[in-house]
Design a protein around this ligand. Structure first.
Ligand SMILES: C[S@@+](CC[C@H](N)C(=O)[O-])C[C@H]1O[C@@H](n2cnc3c(N)ncnc32)[C@H](O)[C@@H]1O
Length: 223
């Protein structure tokens, strides 16, 4: 049988990182599809860890202009914002964002309370919620995400009961089958339609009978 490179097949280059990461190839592809269809330029990731997903997305999508990663540090006073996992806290001290810090578009916000302390000063097109996976924190991070006028909120790990319960409270949330990714498209109806079909309404008319998927594949090939 013939071998096709993953880059040629998916149209985006996830190869440097996929395989061992937090987000698998199909999940990166799902987020990538949202970035393309949603014309995403500014990304906020809550729970950025080493920056595996951040790096994969930054490398694959030159159109991303800025990427802010938020995580926790281990030092600080006792606080209700504490991560429940001490090992996450120790790890966070040394490694946060380390895989993506060479990229000038990438910045990190770290504090003892992580997203609990973070006060965004700008809007973001896509917010990736992947921090503390307890029900309360996912609700809280989702509320934070909604303050930055996002076009799209993406959640990871919806296979976890707490995360699923929190995401289920978003009536329009969509779970991408076969992945641990769910997302919701906000802003207006036209934007939602564009993201869901890969086409802006006027482009959809131009595309005639080609259909949404064909158009999305054309865009991927043109990259
Ligand atoms: C599963 S890892 C994230 C993986 C990363 N999103 C990726 O795809 O490469 C969860 C991260 O959330 C961080 N975290 C836990 N509580 C947090 C909080 N309150 N605010 C921000 N980050 C938090 C942890 O330190 C850890 O790095």
């Amino acid at each position: 049988m013939r071998l096709i490179s993953a880059v040629d097949f998916f149209g985006v280059n996830f190869t440097p990182i996929w395989g061992g990461g937090f987000t698998n190839a199909m999940e990166l592809a799902a987020i990538g599809r949202l970035i393309l269809a949603g014309d995403v330029k500014r990304v906020l990731e809550i729970g950025v860890n080493m920056g595996e997903t951040a790096r994969a997305l930054l490398e694959a999508f030159p159109q991303i202009e800025s990427y802010m990663g938020v995580d926790i540090t281990g030092e600080g006073p006792g606080s209700m914002h504490l991560s429940s996992l001490p090992e996450e806290r120790a790890f966070a001290d040394s490694e946060v964002g380390s895989l993506a810090l060479h990229d000038p578009r990438f910045r990190v916000y770290m504090s003892f309370g992580g997203s609990g302390d973070y006060r965004p000063t700008t809007d973001y097109d896509l917010v990736f919620v992947d921090g503390n996976h307890s029900y309360d924190w996912v609700r809280r991070d989702t509320a934070l995400a909604k303050t930055v006028n996002p076009g799209i909120i993406v959640w990871h790990d919806v296979d976890l009961c707490d995360v699923a319960r929190a995401v289920d409270e978003e009536p329009e949330a969509v779970h991408v089958q076969g992945t641990r990714i769910a997302f919701v498209v906000l802003r207006d109806k036209a934007y939602a339609e564009k993201v869901m079909t890969g086409l802006a309404p006027d482009e959809a008319e131009d595309a005639g009978t080609r259909g949404a998927d064909a158009n999305l594949m054309d865009r991927l090939r043109a990259r």
